[in-house]
Ligand binder design. Structure first.
Ligand code: SAH
Length: 390
């Protein structure tokens, strides 16, 4: 790797990076090479001029995203990191003949801050959340294209899904047609990475969908914020008597209908409704035995945390008021700035507002293909609770 400059840290501001926290904040920097450009590789040194590691530079609050701690990265850096990431998924038993959609690289959790790689059977989708990963996308595509086939997995295409308006999404290698059918615990889903949200599917709910399936038999289910209808398909496959799916986006509802049909269910019997969840819930008292609440991140920044908490509280209180006695609620938050404790406290106040007796049956999180570095707790973003409402 070509190293374009040096960042020196202030005295006393090198502790967190020495404990493998991958972010260097602008306030910790003593001096930086003047010519540095967003996306450059930099060497990071402590106040005594000892090398701490190497990473991607980008002007902003997080100025360096660390990629190696110690050794200078060489040309096969991405190859060896992606190979390790694949080993983790294999060890954790994520991939099987029943599941061929998974996250291969989860940013900081895989030592590659700013990089997401999702695999949909034989297609890899790369997303760059930093200028450095965006610039290195060609190297990354080459690495994915060699690691997966070497390990015995077929690869037809690597697609770069842009996060910025200025940059085009494109196939970096090969071609594939959308939508693509994948398997998740034996359930079929259509994936459209070109038009869909994120990389086309929310892989992080895989194990929570499975648990929902185990609890859905004989129940009337409401899946709100359903997007592709993931939870709806699992509920039906496991014997739910009725499933209603709701999403504000017409596109999402069309996709949900298609996914129900693909798995052999009738989207007329099991209604898919394009409506705001808050409106839909208004007149649904004692209709459902099981309700899923999986809204988008209500807060993306700390400034909007208070607003987000109020949103979660209102949504959960409404569902708690409406659900049948003895009903189950699967409730989630994917806002990084709302931590597990704050989410829990918010659910407590929703319960008080609804005035129902409620027990916690499960604490849920993200699956093994979305790992969290022990030294980077910020990486845990998905929180969920399974509630029994008496
Ligand atoms: N549960 C889904 C992922 C949810 S993503 C899964 O398992 O894949 C969040 C979804 O909420 C998006 O599809 C978005 O269109 C929808 N959404 C956002 N605001 C909404 C609202 N007020 N009412 C209903 N749906 C909404």
């Amino acid at each position: 790797m070509n190293i374009q400059g040096i960042i020196s840290l202030k005295q006393g501001r090198d502790h967190s990076v020495k404990r493998f926290h991958p972010w260097i904040f602008s306030g910790a920097i003593q001096s930086a090479t003047e010519t540095l450009q967003d996306g450059d590789w930099v060497e990071v040194k402590d106040a005594r001029k000892t090398t701490v590691g190497f990473g991607h530079y980008q002007k902003g609050t997080i100025t360096v995203r660390m990629i190696t701690f110690g050794e200078k990265p060489n040309e096969d850096l991405y190859q060896s990191k992606i190979k390790k990431a694949l080993q983790v998924r294999v060890e954790a038993n994520v991939i099987s003949d029943q599941t061929n959609a998974y996250r291969l690289v989860h940013g900081e959790g895989d030592g590659l801050p700013g990089l997401i790689i999702d695999i949909y059977h034989d297609v890899a989708i790369i997303q760059a959340h930093s200028a450095g990963m965006q610039r290195d996308k060609g190297l990354i595509a080459t690495a994915v294209g060699s690691v997966l086939p070497t390990a015995g997995f077929r690869m037809s295409a690597v697609y770069f899904k842009s996060m910025q308006e200025k940059t085009e999404s494109e196939y970096l290698t090969g071609m594939a047609v959308v939508p693509h059918v994948v398997l998740e615990h034996g359930n079929k889903f259509l994936i459209d990475w070109e038009e869909g949200q994120k990389t086309g599917f929310f892989l992080d709910q895989r194990e929570n969908r499975k648990l929902l399936g185990e609890m859905a038999k004989g129940k009337a289910v409401l899946n709100t914020f359903c997007y592709t209808g993931g939870f709806s398909v699992y509920a039906l496959q496991n014997g739910a008597t009725l499933v209603h799916s709701v999403d504000a986006s017409e596109k999402a509802i069309t996709l949900t209908r298609k996914n129900l049909e693909l798995n052999g269910y009738n989207p007329t019997t099991h209604a898919c409704v394009a409506e705001d969840t808050f409106d839909f819930l208004k007149d649904k008292k004692d209709v459902y035995d099981l309700i899923i609440l999986d809204p988008p991140a209500f807060a993306k920044h700390k400034d909007s945390r208070h607003q987000a908490v109020k949103g979660y509280q209102r949504l959960n209180a409404e569902a708690m008021k409406m659900i049948k006695p003895g009903g189950i609620i699967f409730t989630f938050s994917c806002s990084q700035v709302v931590d597990r404790q704050l989410f829990y406290d918010t659910i407590v106040s929703a319960g008080i507002q609804a005035g129902r007796q409620i027990k916690v049956l499960h604490h849920l999180s993200q699956p093994a293909d979305h790992p969290v570095s022990l030294y980077h707790p910020e990486g845990e973003y998905l929180k969920g609770l399974v509630l029994y409402v008496a």
